[in-house]
Design a protein around this ligand. Structure first.
Ligand SMILES: [Zn+2]
Length: 261
């Protein structure tokens, strides 16, 4: 089989022979096609609303790439605007990226669309206070072939208790499972996404998996008062104040903050 690479040709990503350089006409063809068939799309990127929003997101993210922390070159739609035109100005769907990380993301999206069998698995670390809406966020973004590690759900399943008591003996088993799961995930490409739901950041997860997979760090940043009210309503028996202290002391650098969950 000849060695190939993924490149832009005639305005769309295509697999071409490795030595080939995409030609300039392709760019021109692409621009022309954009002008004629994607007027709305082009208009949007020239609109005052977009330019304003773009500036706002650059400020919000301190001009840093939200995946690697280097200087950002662009503001990207997390869910591509073509797939989700409605949310094109939604701040929660926008993030700053550097050129390198954007390239990786584009390539991954292309794989997802064109080569469903060759998966490009991502690990999503979803953190936040109890009651922040982490599971809700995951349910909203998961696909039909994902792996979800949810501490609370596992605790409930293993204790048979509905009201989410923390049982310290069972806790060890739930954590043991996470350990084993992380080790197995190193070699895995079987899922579209892996979701690990936790309260606090866990650097072990990064150090174990960062060399093997792309990890998205997501912080469900709901007001503590809202979380506390939800916990009270669910009659969950947890030490909220203690968790809140740890949460506030944690290092959330590199996490993308999501509001309103
Ligand atoms: Zn980057």
């Amino acid at each position: 089989m000849p060695i190939t690479k993924l490149s832009m040709a005639s305005g769309k990503p295509s697999v071409i022979p490795y030595g080939d350089k995409p030609k300039r006409e392709y760019d021109r063809a692409y621009n022309q096609r954009r002008q004629t068939t994607e007027t709305d799309y082009v208009k949007f990127y020239h609109s005052a609303a977009w330019l304003h929003k773009r500036r706002e997101i650059l400020e919000r993210d301190y001009g840093l790439c939200q995946r690697c922390g280097k200087d950002a070159n662009l503001v990207d739609h997390i869910i591509p605007s073509k797939d989700d035109w409605e949310d094109r100005l939604d701040s929660d769907n926008l993030e700053c990226l550097c050129r390198e990380c954007h390239k990786i993301k584009t390539k991954r999206e292309w794989y997802k669309h064109h080569k469903s069998k060759e998966r490009y698995m991502e690990i999503n670390l979803v953190c936040g206070l109890p009651g922040a809406g982490k599971s809700t966020y995951v349910k909203r973004h998961m696909t039909d072939h994902d792996l979800i590690y949810d501490y609370d759900d596992l605790m409930q399943a293993l204790t048979g208790l509905s009201s989410r008591h923390r049982n310290h003996d069972v806790h060890d088993y739930v954590m043991l499972f996470l350990d084993q799961m992380l080790r197995k995930l190193k070699a895995e490409q079987s899922f579209n996404n892996v979701w690990i739901i936790r309260t606090l950041p866990d650097h072990r997860i990064d150090s174990l998996l960062a060399n093997y997979h792309h990890i998205n760090h997501i912080l469900i940043d709901t007001d503590a008062s809202v979380c506390e009210a939800r916990i009270a309503k669910r009659k969950q028996k947890i030490q909220f104040q203690k968790i809140l202290n740890d949460y506030q002391a944690a290092d959330w650098g590199g996490y993308r903050r999501v509001k309103n969950c």
